[in-house]
Design a protein around this ligand. Structure first.
Ligand SMILES: NC(=O)c1ccc[n+]([C@@H]2O[C@H](COP(=O)([O-])OP(=O)(O)OC[C@H]3O[C@@H](n4cnc5c(N)ncnc54)[C@H](OP(=O)(O)O)[C@@H]3O)[C@@H](O)[C@H]2O)c1
Length: 228
């Protein structure tokens, strides 16, 4: 299997790369900053892992990356939309900076959307695909807090993208699911978070490797379905 992971120079994304590579998959570790990404590649030190630059907010970068994937591997099986920004936990809708909110939506929603537009047609050709959108409980409409206005809106919209993409792609054996990794010790989650990156990555890797006929268009945490 050929897998790509966005925002993988650190945190949960880097751990997803590690776990997929340990399962024997060929994985492309991507990062918007090439220096950081190459340092992460050295850290992983696994021949199954390759590197390419990718900024999910830059369409030209996405197209260059797509060309690389097609030339190098000729197919794609797994897309993990992990890159995410701006856990604006100290803000609410009244004191939110809408320029920040726009940037957040650009990365957390339009990034994954552009990636799906670019790579779902590549998956369709082989009648196989697994797309995981790394979401958050902060984006669950059924239990939404009033803080994290930009982040929450962006992740709720990402969940809608999951549902809509799953409907279009189900005829091609392409499963599209959202996963909440839980509260994880990363730059975003902070040191007080109870979960290790290994635990945070676990359900993402599980959703990225589901058997044919498994659920699609759903939201998972700890390998169990949770309400949107
Ligand atoms: N940690 C948690 O508790 C938690 C909880 C729920 C959901 N999540 C989600 O899990 C995912 C990973 O988060 P994390 O905790 O591992 O955070 P992190 O350590 O801050 O990592 C985020 C990654 O995304 C990258 N990124 C940001 N903008 C990008 C862009 N435009 N193009 C490509 N990469 C970009 C960052 O690159 P730079 O290093 O260049 O900034 C970084 O590698 C996110 O989607 C986050 O919302 C995390």
């Amino acid at each position: 299997m050929i897998a790509i992971v966005t925002g993988a120079n650190q945190g949960i994304g880097l751990e997803v790369v590690r776990q997929l590579a340990d399962l024997g998959h060929t994985v492309v570790l991507t990062s918007r900053n090439e220096q950081k990404g190459r340092a992460a590649l050295d850290q992983v030190n696994n021949p199954n892992v390759h590197y390419h630059q990718l900024d999910v907010t830059d369409k030209a970068s996405i197209l260059r990356f797509k060309e690389y994937v097609l030339k190098q591997f000729g197919r794609l099986d797994i897309l993990v939309n992990n890159a995410g920004i701006n856990y604006d936990v100290w803000h609410n809708v009244l004191n939110a900076d809408l320029d920040n909110v726009r940037d957040t939506i650009e990365t957390n929603l339009y990034g994954p959307w552009e990636m799906i537009k670019a790579f779902a047609p590549v998956m369709e050709k082989n009648n196989y695909g697994r797309i995981v959108n790394v979401s958050s409980g902060a984006g669950a409409i059924s239990s939404m807090p009033s803080n994290t206005p930009g982040y929450g809106v962006s992740k709720a919209a990402l969940n809608v993208l999951t549902i809509k993409a799953s409907g279009v792609l189900s005829d091609y054996n392409i499963l599209v699911n959202s996963v909440c990794p839980g509260w994880v010790r990363t730059n975003m989650g902070g040191e007080a978070a109870p979960r290790s990156v290994a635990k945070g990555a676990e359900t993402i890797v599980w959703a990225a490797t589901l058997d044919d006929g498994s659920p699609t268009g759903r939201f998972f945490r700890d390998k169990k379905e949770i309400p949107f």
